[in-house]
Design a protein. Structure first.
Length: 239
């Protein structure tokens, strides 16, 4: 199979019964989907508890200044300076311990909603994100975002937040898929997550066999015609 020209491709395409359901979906908290997806064996096996790295804000306990918080992180092996911090403030963690809240640039708050993820992708803030394309077609209650990751670490940052966004669509009768496919840093990726009315289906086929999983269809672009949405196939994924 030909290697991907743009690293690891991704696409999230969802369809809702009406605009009302689409708008309600945009307000859902992403991280709340983790508990709902834990019953799916492949998800539980593949991803650790804190793998949703895009959704990372921190409270460093028992410190009262930014420099103290950064010193704690550096002692833990995290190379970070004040210039790496987008936001900080005194805070209290879930157990009532005082500390300093930190948010790094190009990260989202841990309680971010679907809207924040979509806005983040539209802004395309990370150098390792390539040609992100977002479409929200309200008249047809459809939404699509697609693009590619330049490296495997960036894929790791975004894979679960995108799956969470897709899973939350089911709360509002949304259907569709979130798909990832490509090779980067010598790591092949073929991960297909389908959201049906009655279930979430996660498949991770062998990369060489993934052509049987309708890769052409999954990564088709869409355009609006008089008859509705029509897929266009921009790339040859054949062997």
């Amino acid at each position: 199979m030909n290697s991907m020209a743009f690293g690891i491709e991704f696409q999230m395409r969802l369809k809702f019964p009406s605009i009302n359901e689409l708008e309600a979906w945009r307000g859902q908290v992403l991280i709340e989907q983790r508990a709902r997806l834990q019953s799916i064996p492949l998800l539980a096996e593949k991803f650790d508890q804190f793998d949703e790295d895009l959704l990372t804000d921190l409270i460093i306990e028992d410190v009262s200044t930014l420099e103290e918080a950064l010193s704690e992180l550096r002692r833990a092996g995290h190379k970070i300076t004040a210039e790496d911090i987008a936001e900080w403030r005194p805070a209290v963690d879930d157990e009532g311990n005082p500390g300093i809240y930190l948010l790094e640039p190009r990260k989202l708050r841990r309680d971010s909603r679907v809207d924040a993820l979509l806005d983040h992708l539209r802004a395309n803030p990370a150098p390792s994100l390539l040609r992100v394309h977002c479409v929200s077609l309200h008249d047809h209650a459809d939404v699509m975002t697609s693009g590619a990751f330049r490296d495997y670490d960036t894929y790791g940052d975004y894979v679960l937040p995108l799956i969470f966004a897709g899973a939350s669509a089911k709360e509002f009768s949304g259907t569709g898929h979130v798909s990832f496919f490509g090779v980067e840093d010598m790591e092949p990726v073929a991960l297909f997550v389908d959201f049906h009315h009655s279930a979430v289906e996660i498949n991770e086929p062998d990369f060489q066999d993934a052509i049987a999983w309708n890769v052409h269809e999954r990564f088709a672009s869409i355009e609006l015609t008089d008859e509705g949405l029509r897929p266009t196939i921009p790339r040859d994924y054949s062997s």
